[in-house]
Design a protein around this ligand. Structure first.
Ligand code: ADP
Ligand code: ZN
Length: 518
């Protein structure tokens, strides 16, 4: 069967070989295995269910919330000579009935359906007449409340699938699931011992870096001017900053446009066109820019600030290098960005459970900004994909700065935090290590701890940075209650016992490609 699939891949799509994961997913589905596939956008998911649909008897049902994409897919399949149709709210009543009638007669190899169409008794009766070869569920994270786009209509899917008489294999696809979300998807959809595939997250043509402790404005001007013949996107957190950064670059004579939610539809469409056709080189934008743009030759994406989670960061940064050519992603990081994001979360409308999830995501993003690990590895392992080697070209992989043995300082900091017993936050721990005479410290009697003032020669900010670094490396963690508190992880124990060394790069303040260190 797999050979047959390979032949079809060439015949129908004209591709020579499967991408990583595709062959295995297809093979599993043909053998009737439930599947959970976590593939990034553009990873080649369609082939994974379209090929089995062509090979298996009956009709594959593809559940997707993206109505606008259904028509494109169906048209594309028709051009390839594969019979397919869709059922969604864009059809008029007569067409809808006709598609239902044809479906019942087995006219299609693939039937795309919007999830909200699945609740009707109509569909139940339809499915009792149809032979269903497999059910593919796109954007499967919509079934999970832990995901970022929960949709109640997805919740009915499991019930509906469970009531099918000869339950076909079910394949759930998503691009954004963290391990918890994946588990939730499998449970919510009632997947039976699914094959799980997580693959393709490493965009190896991207060079990631983090730059901190610099004059951002000057850095950006120089960066953009050095790349005046290349397309790039600058993401800012707010409209106001988009305006400011855009004006600043304009004054520098840079060919630049802007895109954010405060502009009129016309202005936005105009900016997007100009960027798409290379009439302007640089787009300064908020995260409003990106849905649906697929410009292949974006050579760099700079984040003016840290976004609130790794998912958003990688999605936005990943708009660079769609054509597979080498491209750069630079994150400008200032510790106060964390406070801004925290504030947004705390002032947000989310309930407390949701807020805790968001704060956790924020801390992971912060750890990314401070890590010494390969940046690409960090992200890819966050998405649950294992065994990806260091990229060899990110800011950290290229950082040649010497590693310094910090074991002694790590031990001091960790034993202080250990003595605070998870009751206080980072800034208070830093004050204790500094030997602060602040009233609160004295009132709590913290000046009597044996670890009090161990870092009296350090600046308080250095101590804070050091503590955050230890968090980023996994020796301590920040947990959330009413206020965030810091405590040790099990990884701290071998350090405290002296069986593990802690090494830190000498210059961890500036992390970027050495070629940019002008
Ligand atoms: P998504 O996972 O976002 O749905 P698609 O299925 O649209 O991705 O595939 C993304 C792109 O990759 C498409 O242009 C598709 O034609 C191409 N593609 C998919 N599989 C292969 C393959 N095995 N070889 C070459 N190109 C492929
Ligand atoms: Zn790397």
């Amino acid at each position: 069967m797999l050979e047959q699939a390979q032949r079809l891949l060439k015949q129908v799509y004209g591709y020579d070989s499967f991408r990583k994961g595709q062959g295995e997913i297809i093979e599993g589905l043909i053998q009737g295995k439930d599947t959970l596939a976590i593939l990034p956008t553009g990873g080649g998911k369609s082939v994974c269910y379209q090929l089995p649909a062509m090979l298996l008897p009956g009709t594959a049902i593809v559940v997707s919330p993206l109505i606008s994409l259904m028509k494109d897919q169906v048209d594309a399949l028709s051009r390839l000579g594969v019979s397919a149709a869709y059922l969604n709210s864009s059809l008029d009543a007569a067409t809808y009935r006709e598609v239902v009638r044809q479906s019942a007669q087995g006219a299609y190899k693939l039937l795309y359906v919007a999830p909200e169409r699945l609740d009707g008794t109509m569909f139940e009766s339809l499915s009792s007449q149809m032979q269903i070869s497999l059910i593919a569920i796109d954007e499967a994270h919509c079934v999970s409340q832990w995901g970022h786009d929960f949709r109640p209509s997805y919740r009915q899917l499991a019930g509906w699938i469970g009531r099918l008489e000869n339950r076909p294999p079910v394949a759930a696809f998503t691009a954004t699931a963290t391990p918890e979300v994946s588990r939730d998807i499998a449970a919510m959809l009632g997947l039976r011992e699914p094959n799980v595939f997580i693959t393709g997250f490493a965009r190896t043509n991207l060079s990631l870096s983090v730059v901190t402790g610099i004059d951002k404005r000057k850095f950006l001007r120089d960066y953009v001017k050095q790349r005046h013949d290349q397309s790039g996107i600058i993401y800012t957190a707010t409209r106001k900053e988009a305006e400011e950064v855009c004006s600043d670059l304009q004054r520098q004579g840079v060919s630049v446009s802007k895109y954010h939610g405060g502009l009129s539809d016309d202005e936005r469409a105009d900016a997007q066109e100009k960027f798409r056709f290379d009439d302007v080189r640089v787009m300064v934008a908020t995260n409003a820019f990106g849905m649906g743009i697929d410009k292949p030759n974006v050579r760099y994406v700079v984040h003016w600030q840290m976004p609130g989670d790794v998912e958003s960061y990688y999605q936005e940064a990943g708009r660079a290098g769609r054509d597979g050519e080498e491209s750069e992603c630079v994150l400008l990081f200032e510790p106060q960005d964390v406070q801004v994001q925290r504030f947004l979360i705390e002032r947000g409308t989310a309930d407390s459970e949701r807020r805790a999830i968001q704060l956790n995501k924020l801390y992971t993003m912060m750890h990314y900004s401070r890590t010494d690990r390969c940046f690409l590895q960090f992200i890819v392992s966050y998405f649950g994909e294992a065994d990806v080697p260091p990229c060899g070209k990110c800011g950290n992989c290229l950082d040649q700065s010497e590693k310094v043995d910090m074991t002694e300082d790590a031990r001091k900091a960790l034993s202080c935090v250990g003595r605070l017993k998870g009751r206080f936050g980072i800034s208070l721990a830093a004050k204790v290590l500094k030997g602060s005479r602040e009233k609160r410290i004295l009132e709590l009697g913290l000046d009597r701890l044996s670890t009090y003032a161990l870092f009296r020669d350090w600046a308080e900010k250095e101590i804070t940075d050091w503590l955050y670094w230890l968090v980023a490396e996994g020796y301590m963690r920040i947990s959330d209650g009413e206020y965030p508190t810091v405590s040790l992880t099990t990884e701290a124990l071998p350090v405290l016992e002296g069986s593990v060394q802690v090494m830190r790069r000498r210059s961890t303040s500036v992390k970027r490609k050495t070629t940019d260190q002008a």
